[in-house]
Design a protein around this ligand. Structure first.
Ligand SMILES: C[S@@+](CC[C@H](N)C(=O)[O-])C[C@H]1O[C@@H](n2cnc3c(N)ncnc32)[C@H](O)[C@@H]1O
Length: 361
C-alpha cells in the first residue's frame, strides 16, 4: 500500500481509511497489536459509535470491503490524498480538495515535477503534490515548527512515499529554501508570503516555472502581488474557489398552461382598449378545468388549485411539484485566495546575466 499507488489487498502495517458515513471517516493503521499508555502490548481493537472492530481481521481483505462492527458496519477504503485530507489528524488549518485541485492544475504538476512547499502544516496538500509528481519527481517541504516537521516525516514513511519527499525544519522567510534553480513550482501557505517570494526566485528553474500563494486575507494578497511583480513574475492572477452547495428539494410552482387561456387570443382585439394614459391594457379571461390529455394522470399535478384575481382576469391554476436543486442562501465557503504567477524562462546571454525571454527579444 502507498498513498501514491494502488494496492489490491490489505497487509499488515498498511494505512486504511475506515468509512462509516460522510462525517465519520477514520484513518487506521493495520497493526494486530497496539501499545497502551503504560507501554503494555494489547490486541488492537478500534472503537466506533457503531461498535468495535478487531483490526487484525482486516489483513488479507480487499480494499473496499464492507466490514462488520459489533453494532453496524463500515467500509475499509484504500487511502487517497483526498480521503487523507478528510481524515488526517489536524495540527494546523489545512487545504481541502477544492483548493488543492486548482493548485495542482494551475501549477501544472505532473510526474517528474520538482515542487517546493512551505509550510508543511498537517501535510494535507503535500500528499496530493506527491501523488501528482510520483514516481520520478520530488517534493521539498519546509516548516519552522519542529514537531510538525517530525510528524509529517513519520506520516510520509508510514504512507510509503518517503523517497519522493524531503521535509526540512527551516524558517523560509528568514533563511530561504537553500535550493537553487531546481523547482518547477513553488507553493506558499505562510502568514507573510511576500517575504519568501525573493527566495522562490532563487529556487525556480531558469527555464521558468509557476508560483502559488494561498492567503485568507485580501491585504496579504495585495502585498504578495506587489512583490511578485517587483521580482519579475508575470501573469499574476488571484482566484477564489467557492463550493456552491445545492440542497435537493421538492418544490411547487403554479403551472403555466397556454391552453387554459381561452379568450385572450381569440378576442384579443376586443379585450384591448385604450387607457386614459394613452397606453393599451389587455384583459384576459382564463377558463378552468381544462387539462391537457398527457398531464391528466400526472401524480405531480396538485389537486388544490390556486385562484388569482388580476383586474378583470380570473384563473384557477393548478400547482406542479417537482424535485430540484436549491442553492443555500448563506453559504460558508471562503477559505482563502489563491494567487498564481509565472516565472518566465531566463535566457543566458554569453558571459552575461540571465535575462527574461521578453528582454532578449
Ligand atoms: C496553515 S499551515 C499549512 C497547512 C498546509 N498547507 C496543509 O494543507 O496541511 C501553515 C504552516 O506554515 C508554517 N510557517 C509559518 N511561517 C513559516 C516560515 N516563515 N517558515 C516555515 N514555515 C512557516 C507554520 O508552522 C504552519 O505549520
Amino acid at each position: 500500500m502507498s498513498l501514491a499507488e494502488y494496492g489490491e489487498r490489505i497487509r499488515e502495517n498498511d494505512r486504511v481509511i475506515l468509512y462509516i458515513s460522510f462525517r465519520q471517516i477514520y484513518p487506521l493503521f493495520v497493526t494486530p497489536e497496539k501499545c497502551t499508555k503504560s507501554g503494555q502490548k494489547v490486541e488492537h481493537v478500534f472503537q466506533t459509535t457503531y461498535g468495535a472492530l478487531r483490526v487484525s481481521d482486516l489483513i488479507g481483505q480487499r480494499f473496499g470491503t464492507k466490514v462488520k462492527l459489533t453494532r453496524g458496519y463500515a467500509y475499509v477504503l484504500h487511502p487517497t490524498p483526498e480521503l487523507w485530507s478528510k481524515a488526517l489528524p489536524h495540527r494546523t488549518q489545512i487545504l481541502y480538495a477544492t483548493d488543492i485541485a486548482t493548485i495542482l492544475l494551475q501549477l501544472e504538476i505532473r510526474p517528474g515535477s520538482v515542487v517546493i512547499e512551505s509550510g508543511t502544516g498537517s501535510g494535507s496538500l503535500s500528499h496530493s503534490f506527491i501523488r501528482s509528481l510520483w514516481p520520478s519527481g520530488h517534493l521539498h517541504t519546509f516548516d519552522y515548527h519542529e514537531s510538525r516537521v517530525k510528524a509529517a516525516q513519520q506520516e510520509f514513511q508510514e504512507h510509503q512515499v518517503g523517497p519522493a519527499v524531503s521535509v526540512r525544519h527551516r524558517d523560509v522567510c528568514a533563511e530561504g529554501f537553500d535550493l537553487v534553480d531546481v523547482a518547477d513550482a513553488v507553493f506558499l501557505d505562510l502568514p507573510h508570503p511576500w517575504e519568501a517570494v525573493p527566495h522562490a526566485v532563487q529556487a525556480l528553474k531558469p527555464t521558468g516555472g509557476r508560483l502559488c500563494s494561498f492567503s485568507p486575507c485580501m491585504e496579504q494578497v495585495q502585498k504578495t502581488c506587489q512583490v511578485l511583480r517587483k521580482c519579475g513574475f508575470q501573469e499574476v492572477t488571484t482566484l477564489e474557489c467557492l463550493l456552491r452547495e445545492f440542497q435537493v428539494r421538492k418544490i411547487s410552482m403554479l403551472e403555466f398552461d397556454p391552453t387554459r387561456v381561452s379568450k385572450t387570443e381569440a378576442d384579443s382585439s376586443a379585450n384591448t382598449k385604450a387607457t386614459t394614459e394613452g397606453t393599451t391594457e389587455v384583459t384576459t379571461e382564463v377558463t378552468t378545468g381544462v387539462k391537457r390529455p398527457l398531464e391528466s394522470d400526472s401524480e405531480d399535478l396538485e389537486s388544490k388549485p390556486v385562484t388569482t384575481t388580476n383586474g378583470s382576469a380570473k384563473a384557477t391554476i393548478p400547482e406542479r411539484s417537482f424535485v430540484t436543486g436549491v442553492p443555500l442562501l448563506n453559504m460558508p465557503g471562503h477559505t482563502g485566495y489563491l494567487t498564481f504567477a509565472t516565472w518566465p524562462a531566463q535566457i543566458k546571454l554569453e558571459d552575461g546575466p540571465f535575462v527574461t525571454d521578453n528582454d532578449a527579444v
